[in-house]
Structure formats: C-alpha cells, structure tokens
Design a protein around this ligand. Structure first.
Ligand SMILES: [Zn+2]
Length: 314
C-alpha cells in the first residue's frame, strides 16, 4: 500500500497528469478555432486508438498513460456513436466507398487500433460487440505475443502485453479485421528501398500465412510516411495506407495516405463529440517533420528527467 502511494506521487506520474490536463485544456481552447475552420462534408472518417483498459495510472508507462482510453470512457464513446447512428464498416466497404463503387455514408466509420495490444481483444472487443461495432487492428508481426518493453517509455511486461496468435484468431472469428503495422515498427521514412519493401511485404505475407486472411491495408508506424513510402506500400501489395494525419477521406486524399482521427487519454466526452464533427481536423500540420521532431525531443527530455527519479524499479 505504501509503495503504491509512493509510486502515485512519483514525478513521472505527476508529469503525466500535468501533460494530459494541459492537452485537455488546449483542446477545449482550440474548439472555437476548429468550429470556424471546420469543413462540413460527408467524407469518410477513420478513428484510431491504441489502448483501452482500466489499469491504474501508475501501472502504465509514460506513453501508455497518454494513449490509453479508459474502459468506461471507451464505452461512453461507443454509446455516443450508436446513439448518433454511426455504423462501423469493413475495410472492403471502406475501400468501395472511397472508389465510389458504394455510396458514401456520412455515418459510416472505420474503427482502428495500432500496435495490437492485448487489451484490444480483452477489453475493447467485448464492448465493440455489445454495441454492434467491428474494428481493424494493425499488427507488428515480429511482436505478436510479445510486449511493448522494446519501445522507449514503455510499460512493465505485465501491462504492455500485445495480442498473441490465439487472441488474434478469436479477434478475426468475432468479425474484426487485421492489417499490417510492419515487421518491427521502424520509421519507414529512414529506410532504404530494399528494407522498406521488406518491412511491408514480409509483414503482409506473414499475416496472410498465419491467419489465412487477405491483408491489403497498412498503418505506417508513428504515422511516418512520404511519397516514397506510399509508392513502396503500393509495390508491396497494399491498397490502403493509413497515416496519423487528422482529417477525413474524400476524393482529394490518396488511398495510401489516408487520414485518421486519434482518440487518446485527453479526449473527454465533449472533445470526442467535437472530433466526430471535424472540429480538430485542421490540426493535420502536427504531422510535419519539424513538429514531430520537436515533440520527440521534448518527450525524450522528460524521460531523462523522470528516469533517475523513478529509481531501479523501472
Ligand atoms: Zn504503432
């Protein structure tokens, strides 16, 4: 109990709480600007999550604290979607709508998860089923059944588990889908042509072989992509490539540079509703290399400050 209380007051925990609260208030402050800049259209929206669980805050690493949506919050979000007439579509339906083969539907939504955390199956899937939604998870093939502790600012092994083959087979049997998130989650923009193709093609073939389903969609790790990556994705057999750039997908967006709406720990219910209305779509500039580099440097700095204070338990 004492160690639990001590851990709650650790600088890392306080800093994470501060960061999330700052993000919440920034989002509230940006709403008026977003309402002015909002483009009212029926283009297709893709939601993207990482984690859904009810782990205690101090049980998670710095990154997971910010990318986790609490189980109860997730259920409220699904309730909102159901109440407002949204329906989840499959990747095939989504692609048909993009190409115009199927009529676009303003209430069609694609729900996606990146990285393949075990909580997607254990916590999110039962809730998705309860509200009649399906989702797609993008998997890192070399990490199936593993743990996120190979990544910086990760979790302790028991809290960072990724789905194993058995869970994924059940995930697919329940009507959900899978896509690639590469073999090892590299920054694709830094790879030479051969390595780029290898990361994308090998992961597709692995998923198709293990799970016996077609894999034609990829989510670029960290959203890092450029024209070269998009061309390589096409050459590797993908017809849909998902970025982390915010916005919707209409005729002006390439199938290999699809936009998504992130949902994370700082998305309060009202912010989630505003996101669905396109109030945050204009923030796509955050995907620029300069912005991402600055954020990475800030996060690394925070990690350096916090680690010595947390001691050897990390
Ligand atoms: Zn990822």
């Amino acid at each position: 109990m004492n160690s639990e209380l001590n851990s709650i007051s650790q600088p890392g925990i306080l800093l994470s709480r501060a960061r999330i609260n700052i993000k919440i208030w920034l989002k509230y402050l940006l709403i008026p600007i977003g309402i002015l800049l909002r483009q009212n259209n029926d283009d297709l929206r893709v939601l993207f999550y990482h984690r859904v669980n009810s782990h205690l805050f101090h049980e998670l690493g710095m990154v997971s604290r910010e990318i986790t949506v609490h189980e109860k919050t997730f259920e409220r979000q699904l309730t909102y979607l159901a109440k407002h007439g949204y329906r989840s579509v499959t990747l095939v339906e989504f692609e048909r709508m993009l190409s115009g083969e199927q009529k676009q539907d303003s209430k069609a939504i694609l729900i996606t998860f990146d990285d393949g955390y075990a909580d997607n199956f254990e916590v999110a899937a039962p809730l998705l089923a309860k509200y009649g939604f399906t989702a797609t998870v993008f998997l890192v093939t070399e990490m199936i059944g593993g743990c996120n502790n190979v990544w910086p600012m990760s979790d302790q092994p028991q809290f960072g588990r990724l789905m194993d083959e058995e869970a994924l087979k059940k995930w697919i049997a329940e009507g959900h889908e899978i896509g690639s998130h590469t073999c090892s989650h590299p920054d694709l923009t830094t790879l030479d042509k051969d390595k780029l193709i290898e990361q994308m093609r090998a992961s597709r073939l692995t998923l198709e072989k293990i799970f016996g389903v077609s894999c034609k969609s990829i989510a670029y790790p960290g959203g890092a992509m450029n024209d070269r990556v998009a061309i390589a994705a096409k050459e590797s057999g993908y017809t849909l490539g998902f970025t982390t750039r915010s916005g919707t997908n209409g005729k002006n967006v390439s199938n290999l540079k699809l936009r998504r709406t992130e949902v994370s720990a700082s998305d309060r219910d009202f912010i989630f509703a505003m996101k669905l209305k396109g109030v945050f779509d204009w923030l796509g500039f955050r995907e620029s290399k300069i912005y991402k580099k600055a954020i990475f440097q800030i996060n690394t700095l925070f990690d350096r400050i916090i680690k010595p204070a947390q001691g050897p338990s990390r």
